[in-house]
Design a protein around this ligand. Structure first.
Ligand SMILES: Nc1ncnc2c1ncn2[C@@H]1O[C@H](COP(=O)(O)OP(=O)(O)OP(=O)(O)O)[C@@H](O)[C@H]1O
Ligand SMILES: [Mg+2]
Length: 268
């Protein structure tokens, strides 16, 4: 469905992704995990063609996304749905109009059909009856579900989720995880989920990709990850503060920064 070839992304001198080669299979839930700053969102944005790599390539059903024409990219985007890290609803539009938005953007369906589709999608996420509410009136969990309904409005082939359960109570997080499972198993969509939530991630994953400092350190089924004896994987799974994964990712030594050595950022 989607694969990457020697994919790298730099921001200035910072290498956010380094030679990533992954393969996302259709009708599976692929879960991308890793610590904060490990490159998860960057990878997701590249897979969704929201930004360009510094080097390497991404293929969507064997079609290269690098160098693709704008018109073709727009056509491919209609096959992709996205739930962003902070829901990213359009604040000036009602719940109904947020979910209708991709349909109005990508199709010329008449209002009656749009209304039917929006009602179906809101029913799917348990929010039928909330059409007239504004994003500011929603709880965090409801906003995520509206974002979910919007992402699946076009019946996409693949849906990208960035931290779909973060900031939610365990029940709301469980509801979202079940919705992702239903989407993948029953509706046969392909889902790519970025999450910090190790347990939720391992529960829904057919395939796990574990990132560390922009590199894939392990790939496999949830059981392979759970049974790994790699010290970095164990530290991440067990959430231990000490281990081979450092808390700070600064490229200069702390003492050099304190001494204002050349090349370091000075305050004031
Ligand atoms: N637009 C950008 N400009 C500069 N640096 C960026 C940009 N986007 C990401 N980075 C850097 O790339 C690295 C990876 O960031 P990314 O957002 O992919 O991490 P993440 O794994 O999603 O982290 P989190 O779990 O905290 O969301 C970080 O060091 C970040 O500062
Ligand atoms: Mg992120």
């Amino acid at each position: 469905m989607i694969r990457t070839q020697h994919l790298s992304r730099k921001f200035g001198t910072m290498t956010a992704l380094d030679d990533v080669n992954i393969h996302v299979k259709p009708h599976e839930a692929t879960v991308i995990m890793g610590g904060s700053g490990s490159g998860k969102t960057t990878l997701l944005r590249l897979l969704a063609s929201l930004e360009c790599p510094t080097s390497g390539n991404i293929y969507f059903s064997d079609e290269s996304l690098v160098g693709i024409r704008q018109k073709r990219l727009y056509e491919l985007r209609a096959k992709m749905g996205m739930v962003f890290q902070y829901s990213a609803l359009l604040n000036s539009l009602s719940v109904f109009e947020n979910v209708a938005f991709p349909l109005r953007e990508h199709t010329d369906l008449d209002d009656f059909i749009i209304q039917t589709i929006v009602t179906m999608k809101l029913e799917q996420v348990g929010l039928r009856g909330f059409e007239h509410m504004m994003p500011s009136q929603l709880s965090g969990g409801m906003a995520k579900r509206v974002a979910f309904a919007r992402a699946i409005a076009m019946d996409p082939e693949v849906v990208f989720f960035d931290e779909p359960t973060s900031g939610l109570d365990p029940i709301s997080a469980g509801v979202i995880s079940n919705m992702i499972l239903d989407l993948t198993k029953k509706a046969k969509m392909t889902s790519i989920v970025v999450t910090h939530d190790v347990h939720a991630g391992l529960d829904i994953a057919d395939h796990v990709i574990l990132l560390w400092q922009g590199k894939v350190i392990m790939e496999g089924t949830s059981d392979m990850i759970r049974n790994s004896d790699d010290a970095r994987v164990l530290q991440f799974i067990e959430g231990r503060p000490d281990g081979p994964i450092p808390f700070s990712r600064s490229e200069t030594a702390f003492v050099d920064d304190l001494m204002h050595k050349p090349g370091t950022v000075r305050m004031g």
